[in-house]
Design a protein around this ligand. Structure first.
Ligand SMILES: *[C@@H]1O[C@H](CO)[C@@H](O)[C@H](O)[C@H]1NC(C)=O
Length: 403
């Protein structure tokens, strides 16, 4: 064997090793997902290197993908799309052209991206909002909230809250010809986190008279205090959202200081005086048997009180909607929850389903056995996955029936 062929062989082996990721057998289009994941991994490695060299924050490099997929607002024969502001917060607005005189439904949509990346103008989010508007003949407000690391909690939450509160005023609903009894808040991943948090906080706001009809939480992140749930353990290295990246997103939401990230890695987050919080995320109680398989519950180790004092945000229900009493859950509207089997955030969503049902809230739970995290955004080329398209269809069908 010549030197050249040996080099080629080694290079291909390295490439194969790099591209290969352990994707469960039941996931469709495994090779395509591997290739997509290799793109994400490459971007992740670039981010790590840039950060180590002191050139940029990790998230600034990750933002490249968001910027690459940026689309201008484009109207067509069915929907008018414009970028505007609601009470100072940028939103992308989708107004359907069908049946102009009839009262419309509305969806406030919040994109994912770990509070650090993503955007309403990103191709897949733009498409999802457009399809929602078209199929439901509904107004869609896609919120362009500010992102970490430039802005930390509670800025993201407050931006979304501001938009929701502005839109829910009677005068504004009238202006857009919206039926006040048919409004939904929806979001995926970090957007699902923000949707759940905003839906909870709106319940206690004396200024808001209009009630949401539905909250739709698509593989949401919902808690900050147990990073060792069975789903975190089972899916630690799963494509698109490995545990390391999720912990980075979580910690970056509150601070760029590394100490919170370290505490998340060792799962030592809650000071002893706040141990009562563990009952809200005790998976031994809140997960159905099938998801507990092979795992034994242990209470996470306590963290330092200093952490809680320094970054109180991470124990705030506006960041971690699972950390509230049942009483607070009772007033929540009809809920749609999507969880994916191969997702670190799976158990966040499942526990919320259990807790909402226990509190008497009506929930439709769509658990997708063959999906990884983020599947819903793989609906535009070259990143299309049939699983993502199927999930979007199910979601829109459900919304159409229930909103
Ligand atoms: C979690 O739930 C189990 C089973 O009900 C219980 O034995 C355990 O004490 C609980 N732990 C915490 C910290 O709530």
């Amino acid at each position: 064997m010549g030197k050249k062929s040996l080099c080629l062989l080694i290079a291909s082996a390295l490439l194969a090793y790099y591209i290969y990721s352990p994707i469960p057998e039941n996931v469709e289009q495994r090779w395509k997902l591997m290739l997509i994941n290799a793109c994400f991994k490459t971007l992740g490695h670039m981010s790590t290197v840039a950060e180590k060299l002191g050139l940029a924050n990790y998230m600034e490099i990750l933002m490249i993908l968001t910027n690459m997929e940026h689309t201008a607002p484009r109207s067509d024969e069915k929907v008018t799309v414009t970028d505007t502001k609601f009470n100072g917060v940028p939103v992308r607005l989708y107004v359907p052209k069908g049946q102009p005189d009839s009262l419309k439904r509305a969806v406030i949509f919040i994109h994912g991206g770990g509070w650090c990346v993503g955007g309403s103008a990103m191709e897949p989010y733009d498409l999802l909002s457009r399809q929602t508007s078209e199929r439901l003949n509904a107004i869609v407000i896609s919120v362009e909230y500010r992102l970490a690391p430039k802005y930390h909690f509670p800025v993201q939450f407050e931006d979304v809250y501001t938009v929701a509160k502005y839109f829910l005023q009677s005068s504004i609903l009238e202006q857009y010809n919206v039926d006040p009894s048919r409004i939904c808040i929806s979001g995926d991943s970090a957007g699902g986190n923000l949707a759940a948090a905003v839906a909870q906080q709106l319940l206690d706001d004396p200024d808001v008279k209009v009630k949401l009809k539905i909250q739709a939480l698509l593989y949401p992140a919902l808690q900050t205090i147990d990073m060792d749930l069975p789903s975190y353990q089972d899916n630690e290295y799963m494509p698109i959202l490995p545990k390391s990246l999720m912990l980075r997103f979580w910690s970056e939401y509150f601070t760029t200081d590394i100490s919170l990230h370290k505490a998340m890695e060792t799962n030592q987050l809650v000071p002893a005086e706040l141990s009562h919080l563990f009952k809200y995320v005790n998976w031994s109680n809140w997960l159905p048997e099938k998801f507990k398989k092979g795992h034994i519950y242990t209470t996470p180790t306590h963290g330092s009180s200093k952490l809680g004092e320094k970054y109180p945000g991470f124990l705030d229900p506006r960041a971690a909607p699972l950390l509230v009493d049942d009483i607070k859950l009772r007033g929540l509207p009809l809920t749609y929850v999507v969880t994916c089997q191969h997702d670190v955030l799976r158990d966040d969503g499942i526990m919320y389903v259990s807790r909402l049902r226990e509190a008497g809230v009506q929930v439709t739970h769509d658990h997708v056995e063959d999906a990884v995290h983020g599947a819903l955004i793989f609906i535009t080329s070259p990143f299309t996955l049939t699983t993502g398209q199927r999930m979007v269809n199910n979601y829109l069908e459900w919304l159409n029936k229930n909103l």
